[in-house]
Design a protein around this ligand. Structure first.
Ligand code: TYM
Length: 330
């Protein structure tokens, strides 16, 4: 069975973009792959966080992973900060990354463009830590949204570089990016990605938003004045985004939705998308509440940590031998 790995950073509340671009795919892969899904909380501290909030967001993320359908019997769910090997291998890979390649990461460039002060060194080197997360487990595939693809490509380069210098050590992973929904856009600014860190709450749907509030956000989503329902992300990005959200939540193809809406207006479409989001969140939140109430989160993470930890321990020991960092004779 091929191995797959991915993670989400608990740096804020999870969005519908995280679900559509990433988590729903994880769920669909758990039957056919050996799946490792983790909470990337060491990545969350690249920006300043309130400790209590980080803790809450972390527990919420675990509960939401399960509410979305990840089954801890099938998928190894673990917490990055509990396994020190991630930062150990992260440092090793930082020492194998070039300034130039990290400077080329568009996410870093975008963040620098937005936030002029207070950019941490961690924000700059975090793709090397992400490469460590992936290479640690010999993942064959890494399902991500479009915005993370470049980081997975860096992980490939680092794996190849390391293997070339020290002999076969890492599997060279492949990013898996879905055809539909790999970049859900802000509802208020549909040329920008829907993001946990967006300032305007009307642009983002949080998975823990009150369903009726989320419906209102869909109703006030920015569209255009053309008035024709067709899928044209270039010229009608807001409309294309709504069609993508509906298609992802209902599994009806975009083509089929567009056909149904011939001669109808944006208002009707928004109503249907709003209802689909409302139904999806209502069902998800019932499951989320039950998981939080079950008190099982700690045990699930402990089990996952144990399983992932064994692999991580062996991999880092091997890497240290290769690098000459372990001096014992074997
Ligand atoms: P993060 O937490 O920003 O996002 C988690 C996943 O959600 C996807 N995503 C989206 N997809 C579609 N539309 C959107 N608007 C949208 N916003 C986010 C992301 O592409 C991602 O797949 N560095 C990573 C976490 C990470 C990781 C890893 C992922 C750390 N180590 C190893 C994979 C493998 C991050 O910050 O993702």
């Amino acid at each position: 069975m091929k191995r797959m790995l991915s993670g989400v950073k608990p740096s804020g509340r999870l969005t519908l973009g995280n679900y559509i671009g990433a988590i729903r795919h994880f769920v669909s892969y758990q039957e056919d792959y050996e799946l490792f899904i983790f909470i990337a909380n060491m990545h969350a501290i690249t920006v300043q966080n309130d400790p209590q909030e980080l803790k809450k967001n972390t527990r919420d993320l675990i509960a939401l992973y399960m509410a979305c359908g990840l089954d801890p019997e099938k998928t190894t769910l673990f917490l990055q900060s509990d396994l020190p090997q991630h930062t150990e291998l992260g440092w090793i890979l930082t020492c194998h990354s070039y300034m130039g390649e990290l400077q080329r990461m568009t996410q870093y460039k975008d963040k620098c463009a937005k936030q002029e002060t207070g950019i941490t060194a961690g924000l700059f080197t975090y793709p090397a830590l992400m490469a460590a997360d992936i290479l640690m487990y010999d993942a064959d595939y890494v399902p991500v949204g479009v915005d993370q693809k470049q980081h997975v490509e860096l992980a490939r380069n680092l794996a190849e570089r390391f293997n070339h210098r020290y002999g076969d050590t890492f599997i060279v992973p492949e990013p898996v990016v879905a055809e539909v929904g790999a970049k859900i856009m802000s509802l208020q600014n549909p040329t920008k990605k829907m993001s946990k860190s967006e300032n305007n709450p009307k642009g983002t749907i949080d998975l823990l938003d009150e369903p009726s509030v989320a419906r209102k956000k869909i109703m006030s989503a920015i569209t255009d004045s053309l008035g024709i329902i067709q899928y044209d992300p270039e010229n009608q990005p807001g409309l294309a985004n709504l069609l993508t959200i509906l298609s992802s939540l209902t599994n009806e193809s975009i083509d089929s939705i567009v056909k149904r809406y011939q001669g109808k207006g944006y208002g009707d479409l928004k109503k249907e998308v709003g209802q689909a989001v409302y139904d999806f969140l209502s069902e998800l939140q019932v499951k989320y509440q039950a998981i939080i109430a079950s008190g099982k989160i700690d045990e699930i993470i402990q089990n996952g940590n144990e399983k992932a930890g064994k692999i991580a321990y062996k991999k880092v020991a091997k890497v240290k031998r290769k690098l000459g960092l372990s001096i014992q004779k074997r």
